[in-house]
Design a binder for this molecule. Structure first.
Ligand code: NZQ
Ligand code: ZN
Length: 392
């Protein structure tokens, strides 16, 4: 059924090559200081750090820094950033990086804005984030959609857990998307990010037996096709502006609430993947690429076949076969070929050092307190364990 919905996305996007000069104007609307949050040094190597600092310094914005944000950002790092904000009375947070850096910045902003000490309390109590410092982002990698969405994913290394927080205050005030800033993303991260973009659309009830908003369903096809077309181009020509621009905008649109309207998000593969990267610290998009075709094989039956076949004909340009089941099987093979040949990702969890020792425990965690992941086919603990096993 098409549920009632309210659509609002307030993130202001500055897209393109010559937009960074607007950053100081946006920050100054909220205060005169900023915590600059970034990762392991890619922005220093490619010169973006200097460009951002110049804009901030020219506008006399007081800048404090928290660097070293880990991929799969840790709650302890977030808490540390929050402490700097409190101590220095900083008025806004600026993330310059990919999803991990942005999510850490969101965690910092939420912890300070809500007067909390520990971001993990939000996670455990599943509090809706209604107060946060203003968040600004300069995106350096097309993948998560965090640049315009209202959620963040935080890891707790000690507990081996990775979980999301959500709420309107987490939506960035303004995000700066210059595709040139993604030229230095290496082939592996480009591949992982591209599949993450696709997964956000597929996990939003692309495969569903419910009535859908037909307009959105058609746009999902085109969105997926865009990534299938431009990810290989970006891999072959890392400095291809058109390829990087298409991936960047596809990243934002997958999760900016537009394609989720009327659908309750299903998130089967994301629920299974977040546990994998929580326990084994793997790259999120790679985990999704390994899981998704196996999940599709697992849920393939007479009922699911038409939706899976549609992926093949509408996204991978397969010819329609007289047997819907055969077309659905060919769709899954086409997706495997895309992930493991075109994108060049290794196809098995064992390639990432994962064995069968924790599959049951991880399956239970993925299914949450209710013991089920709702989706096209509801998945219970034994189903998730079976899917993990198919991926080994
Ligand atoms: O740390 P630095 O030096 O910046 O290097 C990063 C990192 O090593 C590098 N990189 C990023 N931009 C670069 C670059 N290297 C060279 N040139 C550039 N321009 O890429 C590596 C990965 O970065 P990361 O930020 O971890 O990647 P991604 O954007 O894929 O973010 C992944 C995180 O976001 C979460 C994931 O679970 C994971 O923790 N997600 C967040 C979501 C959200 N907020 O809504 C939704 C997603 O489903 C996802 O769960
Ligand atoms: Zn994702």
């Amino acid at each position: 059924m098409i549920n009632d919905f309210t659509f609002q996305n307030t993130a202001k996007i500055y897209f393109g090559k010559n937009q960074l000069g607007n950053l100081s104007k946006e920050i100054l609307k909220t205060g005169d200081s900023v915590l600059l949050v970034y990762g392991g040094g890619s922005i220093k190597k490619n010169g973006l750090y200097d460009k951002v600092m110049k804009v901030l310094n020219d506008a006399d914005i007081r800048v404090f820094e928290r660097s070293g944000i880990e991929p799969n950002p840790r709650h302890t790092t977030v808490n540390d950033g929050a402490e700097i904000c409190r101590r220095e009375k900083i008025s806004a947070v600026l993330a310059v990086g990919g999803g991990s850096v942005i999510d850490a910045a969101k965690g910092i902003a939420a912890t300070v804005g809500s007067g909390m000490e520990n971001v993990w309390d939000f996670v455990e109590e599943q509090q809706y984030v209604l107060r946060a410092l203003p968040i600004f982002t300069v995106l350096t990698m097309a993948a998560t959609g965090s640049e315009a969405d209202a959620s963040a994913v935080i890891s707790n290394k000690e507990k081996g857990l990775k979980k999301g927080i959500a709420g309107p205050a987490l939506r960035p005030t303004a995000s700066f998307l210059n595709p040139e800033n993604t030229y230095t993303v290496n082939a592996y991260q480009t591949a992982c990010g591209s599949f993450d973009i696709m997964s956000h659309t597929m996990d939003t009830k692309y495969f569903s037996r419910d009535d859908k908003m037909d307009m959105i369903y058609r746009m999902m096809d085109e969105h997926l096709k865009t990534v299938v077309k431009w990810a290989p181009a970006a891999l072959q020509r890392p400095n291809d502006y058109e390829a990087r621009a298409n991936l960047m905008w596809a990243s934002t649109w997958a999760l900016n609430s537009f394609m989720t309207v009327g659908n309750r998000q299903a998130s089967s593969c994301h629920s299974m993947e977040h546990v994998l990267s929580g326990v084994y610290d793997i790259t999120h998009g790679h985990g999704l690429a390994i899981l998704t075709p196996r999940w599709l094989r697992y849920i393939l039956n007479e009922e699911s076949a038409p939706a899976i076949a549609r992926l093949g004909t509408n996204v991978f340009d397969l010819p329609e076969n007289s047997s819907v089941m055969k077309t659905a099987e060919d769709s899954i093979s086409a997706m495997e070929k895309f992930c493991f040949e075109t994108l060049g990702l290794k196809s098995r969890l064992s390639d990432l050092g994962i064995d069968d020792s924790r599959l049951h425990e991880m399956a239970a965690e993925a299914c949450g307190p209710d013991g089920v992941i709702h989706g096209f086919t509801d998945l219970h603990i034994n189903d998730v364990e079976n899917i993990y096993r198919m991926c080994l």
